[in-house]
Design a protein around this ligand. Structure first.
Ligand SMILES: Cc1ncc(COP(=O)(O)O)c(C=O)c1O
Length: 489
């Protein structure tokens, strides 16, 4: 009887292996040349899931197998001689260099391989993890593929390959709100606040003033940044739950000299109040002001057109509606305005917008170490955002919000900001009497949902954001739990 050798690693054994062994057994008695653990590590670069002894035990119990012998990854004539082999059987990915007469090639079983199963296991694991539903306003719940995109080979970010990746990311982020011919995206390693700080400390000439609308915690934060850097600023206080009085804002502009910039938050994440960019853009245009928009919690959900809405600088980050990981902040800006920054001495070294911009043009690099893995996740997140489409994403978010607010009404819970001015992205809900936020938080957290505290001092609220890779069904599940929590209380 002929002796037939079948070489394999079989670290994850599947039906493709069995079919190959069965076919081989038609030609004689089957000897499995099983790759040793050392060889798998050295030649394939991974740790075998099952060690040699375990794999051997499985293979020896298969009825088509006569014997299992340890071998290197590649089979040569010496091995054939050593085990007295007449024929080597392999799938059509064969790379063994042996005499053709002794070689029998079979097509591989379609749709299965150890590496495919390995990928599926990783995906299943990542999906299981994402059963945590984040209802905080970012970092948002992400897809399994965004999480997995971070698992990449180590790479020095100064390599061209990584520069190309950042260039792609920059262009695609721009396209979401503007034409890349006239606008560009400047990337920073840092959270959203870093890029807001970059804009404020970089763009206001030293002899000019910035007018900042404060109608929530994030407007206030812009004032704090300006104050910290001794930048001349005017704070325009506005109700946290009512639309901005544009007439009053205009009067403030008229009363003050030397204002060069107007800064606003698009979606005040404190309350969900959506400031009207069309009105603010028109006002900025009328008085020849550059409009700065913190679109941290609206970008990549609520459609924005920087050119139409007369926005010069827009700040956003990787971990909210774009549905990537935390760590990249970015400024989308009009190129002609960025060029003009060369005459303004930046107040910050690290966050100098002009230097970050010009350096990127020259080198396709950030000036300092970028968050490498976050950048890979951001690329995947952009691919997914493009696939879904920004308008569809906002439809999905809006439908979650409708589900949420209808449920709140049924439960007789009230929320801040009238529907008319609401962003439909984050809702600030009044905490019923006798309920403690921390207790409620823990109740939900233990059941896989993360809720967020309120941020307006004068109202006792908690917040629910309906962003990220969730939909109305997750909100229904949350409402069901809320009903349970309130009835138990
Ligand atoms: C409108 C707005 N601006 C700025 C920030 C600050 O972003 P980060 O916490 O990433 O610094 C946030 C965060 O939620 C925000 O919602």
């Amino acid at each position: 009887m002929k002796r037939v050798l079948v070489d394999m690693s079989a670290t994850i054994i599947h039906h493709g292996h069995i079919r190959l062994l069965k076919k081989a057994s038609k030609y004689g008695e089957v000897i499995v040349a099983l790759t040793t653990d050392e060889e798998i590590r050295a030649k394939k670069g991974y740790e075998p899931e099952l060690n040699y002894e375990q794999r051997k035990e499985i293979l020896e119990s298969i009825k088509y197998v006569k014997e299992v012998v340890p071998t290197s990854w590649l089979i040569d004539e010496d091995i054939l001689k050593k085990y007295n082999i007449d024929l080597l059987v392999h799938g059509d990915d064969n790379s063994n260099q042996i005499n053709e007469k002794k070689l029998l090639i079979f097509p591989r079983t379609k749709g299965v391989s150890s590496s495919l199963i390995r990928q599926k296991v990783m995906l299943a694991y990542a999906k299981k993890k994402s059963q945590n539903i984040l209802l905080n306003p970012g970092p948002a719940t992400t897809t399994a593929n965004v999480k997995l995109a971070q698992v990449v080979d180590d790479i020095c970010p100064r390599e061209k390959e990584f520069g190309d990746l950042m260039e792609w990311v920059s262009t695609e982020l721009t396209k979401i709100v503007a034409n890349p011919k006239e606008y560009t995206t400047v990337l920073f390693g840092g959270s959203g606040t870093a890029v807001v700080e970059s804009i404020i400390t970089s763009v206001v000439p030293h002899d000019k003033k910035i007018l900042i609308v404060n109608n929530g915690a994030y407007g206030k934060r812009m004032c704090q940044i300006a104050d910290r850097f001794d930048i001349n600023f005017i704070e325009f206080q506005s109700s946290p739950i009512e639309p901005i009085n544009i007439q009053k804002l205009e009067e403030t502009i008229q009363k003050n000299q030397n204002i060069s910039h107007l800064a606003v938050i698009h979606n005040e994440t404190t309350t969900g109040l959506l400031n009207n960019l069309d009105d603010l853009g028109n006002l900025a245009k009328k008085y020849n002001l550059e409009l700065i928009v913190d679109a941290m919690s609206s970008y990549a959900a609520i459609p924005i057109d920087m050119n139409k809405q007369n926005i010069t600088y827009l700040a956003a980050s990787s971990n909210k509606n774009i549905q990537g990981m935390a760590g990249v902040g970015f400024v989308i800006a009009k190129k002609s305005s960025l060029e003009n920054l060369k005459d303004i001495k930046p107040r910050s070294f690290y966050l100098s917008l002009y230097e970050q911009y010009t350096n990127f043009i020259k080198t396709h690099q950030m000036r300092f170490t970028p968050p490498v893995q976050t950048m890979y996740a951001l690329k995947q997140a952009i691919i997914e955002a493009k696939k879904e489409g920004i308008e569809n994403r906002y439809k999905r978010y809006s439908s979650s919000w409708e589900t949420l607010t209808n449920g709140l009404k049924e439960l007789k819970l009230k929320y801040l900001v009238d529907d008319e001015y609401h962003s439909k992205i984050i809702t600030s809900i009044f905490i019923p009497d006798g309920v403690d936020f921390n207790d409620m938080h823990d109740f939900f957290y233990n059941r896989g949902f993360t809720i967020y505290p309120g941020k307006v001092a004068e109202f006792n609220t908690f917040r629910v954001a309906n962003i990220g890779e969730i939909d109305y069904r997750d909100i229904e599940a949350f409402l069901e739990m809320l009903r349970e929590y309130l009835s138990e209380g």
